[in-house]
Write a protein that binds this ligand. Structure first.
Ligand SMILES: [Ca+2]
Ligand SMILES: [Ca+2]
Ligand SMILES: [Ca+2]
Ligand SMILES: [Ca+2]
Length: 448
């Protein structure tokens, strides 16, 4: 039996190794531009203001709700704008082709009831406009709702100066509001066409309606994340079930997706490019003449984890927000990575000067994009990345992504596992010390 001294050396060594691992793997990470491992390149450790190569062809705006950040990264990787006013920043869009003006949704949670007449937990949903040259922000629309597990508005689609479509996460609905009069002029509720015993728990996080987009033909496309599908609504005749992409629990098509973008026939569609989040991949589906959807493109690599945005740019590149992979990257038509910047916990990104989302981008089929499904860790990656990725790939994606989402944005899966091992080691040490000591507990009550 090893002596107490030997056991103490073992415990001390174990805890020093755990601390050393956490320090080494997180060195260089800052709150918004941290470190990322990329295919075929060494680990980048970027501080705000450091540049990445090759340069992008325009500034990129990125939103995050992990730490509540809106930032703009210049063409050479320099952070030129950074705002942390609110708890969460979600969709951000350039206004038309004027990249000086942006519009975004931002949320602020109140747990003291100060924004609610009923005194309960509440959330302020805002649509704001930013002039990135002057830094001036203007609240266009503000709405207070009760706070649920997932109640933040994730997306708006600007129709014109006065009208906005809102993806109402709280009400599981989509509506168009006149932001000058505050009047809602049109609304579609998911309850009209979907049973409440599908999706997530009703009413807490039933649909998780996370994206809305008005198509050129006037139809509205919405993403019903918890139903694993993208739905099409005709404002006059209603839900078009023969257009639905995906189906509940058909995870080989879509699995709790984010940010679908419609590519119309004039740019090689109809097609929908989408971040298939729980499958750790980006996919595109092409609409056939027979009225079916067929997969026309797929892209993933060993780093991609819970992506939540994919914008097809006019040059055929795809701008990707890799939320838990910790980066925003650009995938080129031949499937390689053309540009990359390390961003922890991003929600979505826009390349300014290329328009809103995938507007102007060609379909994968018409641009003959090369797919990629290889998730082999590159030789150049360090041993920590090899071990982490191997463990992650052995577990279901939903488990790994769920654990990653449980902690703060910078916390990686391996940090959590190693941290838990460290905590267990410490608990064993304390238990052993108590057993070795002469301490004993006795009841404060004595019975004569
Ligand atoms: Ca956007
Ligand atoms: Ca939008
Ligand atoms: Ca979209
Ligand atoms: Ca985008």
């Amino acid at each position: 039996m090893p002596s107490q001294r030997t056991w103490r050396i073992v415990f001390t060594t174990g805890i020093v190794l755990v601390c050393g691992f956490l320090i080494v793997t997180n060195a260089g990470a800052s709150s918004f531009v941290g470190s990322a491992e990329s295919e075929g390149s060494a680990t980048q450790s970027l501080a705000p203001g450091e540049s990445v190569a090759p340069p992008a062809d325009g500034p990129t705006v990125v939103s995050s709700h992990d730490d509540g950040e809106l930032l703009i990264v210049g063409t050479n990787g320099t952070v030129t704008y950074h705002n942390t006013t609110y708890d969460g920043y979600w969709d951000v869009d350039p206004i038309d082709n004027d990249s000086e003006e942006l519009v975004y949704t931002a949320t602020e949670r109140f747990n003291d009831g100060s924004c609610s007449p009923t005194g309960s937990h509440c959330i302020k949903q805002r649509i704001e406009r930013l002039n990135r040259t002057t830094g001036t922000t203007t609240v266009l629309y503000e709405h207070v709702q009760p706070q649920y597990e997932a109640s933040e508005w994730h997306d708006t689609d600007r129709i014109n100066d006065t009208h906005y479509l809102v993806a109402d996460m709280y009400a599981d609905a989509v509506f168009m509001v006149n932001v000058e009069t505050d009047l809602v002029v049109w609304e579609w509720s998911a309850q009209t066409d979907y049973p409440i015993d599908g999706g997530g728990d009703y009413p807490d996080d039933w649909v998780h309606l996370n994206d809305v987009e008005r198509l050129n033909d006037g139809r509205i496309m919405v993403s019903l994340r918890n139903q694993d599908q993208v739905a099409f609504i005709d404002p006059s005749s209603g839900h078009q079930s023969n257009w639905t992409l995906g189906a509940e629990d058909e995870h080989d098509v879509l699995y709790e997706q984010h940010n679908p973008d419609f590519i119309p026939a004039e740019r090689g569609g109809p097609a929908v490019v989408v971040a298939d989040s729980e499958q750790n991949r980006l996919v595109e589906y092409q609409r056939t003449d027979a009225g079916n959807w067929t997969q026309s493109w797929i892209w993933t690599d060993s780093t991609l984890q819970w992506p939540r945005d994919a914008d097809r740019l006019p040059n055929g590149n795809t701008l990707v927000t890799d939320t838990r992979g910790g980066r925003v990257l650009e995938v080129t038509p031949n499937g390689s990575i053309g540009w990359e910047v390390a961003v922890q916990g991003g929600y979505e990104a826009e390349r300014l000067s290329t328009g809103d989302e995938s507007i102007g981008g060609p379909s994968a089929e018409s641009a003959d994009l090369t797919s990629r499904t290889d998730t082999t860790v590159p030789e150049s990656a360090g041993p920590v990345v090899h071990v982490r990725t191997t463990v992650e790939q052995l577990l279901p994606n939903k488990v790994v992504n769920g654990i990653a989402n449980f902690g703060p944005g910078w916390l990686r899966f391996d940090d959590l596992i190693v941290g838990l091992m460290g905590g267990l080691l410490l608990a064993c040490w304390l238990a052993a010390e108590w057993r070795w000591s002469s301490l004993s507990f006795q009841s404060p009550i004595r019975r004569d």
